[in-house]
Design a protein. Structure first.
Length: 250
C-alpha cells in the first residue's frame, strides 16, 4: 500500500518523495504516516541521497492534513494507537533526518500538511498554496513540533495569531512572513526545486549535514517537542479533539 500512496524516485543524489492520495487531497492516513516514516529512514541511510524534495500529486493540495474521515471513524483506542504507531513516529523521523528536505508545495497546506511543510528545511510554493494550522477548529493542536517551528519562522506573536485563529494565509503573506522561501508559478515549481536541490547536492554532504545539525540543535529541544505532544494529549483527554472529527466519518 505504501508504494501506492507514497512515491519515491532517486536520481543524481536527489530523492523525490510524492504524497500520492489525490482523491483525498493527499491527506495523512495512518498508512501514509507510516510510509513517510519508513521512507525517510531509508533515505537517511542511503549514502547516495544528499537532498530530498517532497511534493504532492494533487494540483490544488500539497496536503490537506490528517485524514479526518479516517480519524472520525476510529474508536478511542484506535485514535491513541494511531498517534503512537503512526503520527508521532512520522514527525520524529522528520526531526532526526540528517539531510536537507525541500518542500515543493504545489497547493494548499492545512493542519498536518502545514506541519509537514514546517518540518522541511526549505519551502517553495505556488501562488495558490494557502497555509493554515486549522487544528484549532477541531479542538486539536499540532502535536509534533509545529509550535516551535512556526515561532522560529514568524516570531512569537504572529505564531500565536496563526495557531489561535486557524486562519488561512494566502501564499503571498506566507512568503512575506518567511514560511515560504520563494513562490513560483506552477510550471516552474519543480524545476526550481530541482535547481536548488542540485546546488545543495553539489556541496560537501558532510558540511551540509553538519550545518543542518547546528541550526536544528540550536533551534529546538527534545523537551519542548515532548511538551507539545503532551499538551496535545490534553485536548483529547479533557477537550473536544476526540469527537471533533466525528462529523467527517461518513
Amino acid at each position: 500500500m505504501s508504494e501506492e500512496i507514497l512515491l519515491k524516485e532517486i536520481e543524481d543524489h536527489i530523492a523525490l518523495v510524492t504524497l500520492n492520495r489525490p482523491d483525498q487531497a493527499n491527506s495523512l492516513s495512518q498508512d501514509l504516516f507510516i510510509a513517510l516514516k519508513d521512507t525517510l529512514a531509508d533515505l537517511d541511510d542511503d549514502d547516495d541521497v544528499r537532498v530530498v524534495i517532497m511534493t504532492g500529486t494533487e494540483s490544488r493540495f500539497f496536503c490537506a492534513g490528517v485524514d479526518l474521515k479516517e480519524r472520525g471513524a476510529m474508536t478511542e483506542d484506535e485514535v491513541w494507537e494511531n498517534r503512537k504507531v503512526a503520527v508521532k513516529p512520522c514527525f520524529e523521523a522528520f526531526r532526526i533526518f540528517t539531510k536537507p528536505i525541500i518542500a515543493a508545495i504545489n497547493g494548499v497546506a492545512l493542519g498536518g500538511g502545514a506541519e509537514i511543510a514546517l518540518a522541511c528545511d526549505i519551502r517553495l510554493a505556488v501562488p495558490h498554496a494557502q497555509f493554515a494550522h486549522t487544528e484549532i477548529n477541531w479542538g486539536m493542536i499540532p502535536a509534533a513540533g509545529a509550535h516551535q517551528r512556526l515561532r522560529n519562522v514568524v516570531g512569537l506573536g504572529m505564531a500565536k495569531e496563526i495557531m489561535f485563529t486557524g486562519r488561512k494565509l494566502e501564499a503571498e503573506e506566507a512568503g512575506r512572513l518567511g514560511i515560504y522561501n520563494h513562490i513560483y508559478v506552477p510550471d516552474q515549481l519543480m524545476s526550481e526545486a530541482a535547481k536548488l536541490a542540485n546546488t545543495i547536492a553539489g556541496h560537501s554532504p558532510l558540511a551540509v549535514q553538519q550545518s543542518k545539525k547546528v541550526y536544528d540543535t540550536g533551534a529546538y529541544s527534545e523537551e519542548a517537542f515532548e511538551f507539545e505532544y503532551q499538551a496535545s494529549i490534553e485536548c483529547y483527554t479533557n477537550g473536544d479533539a476526540m469527537t471533533g472529527a466525528k462529523g467527517f466519518k461518513k
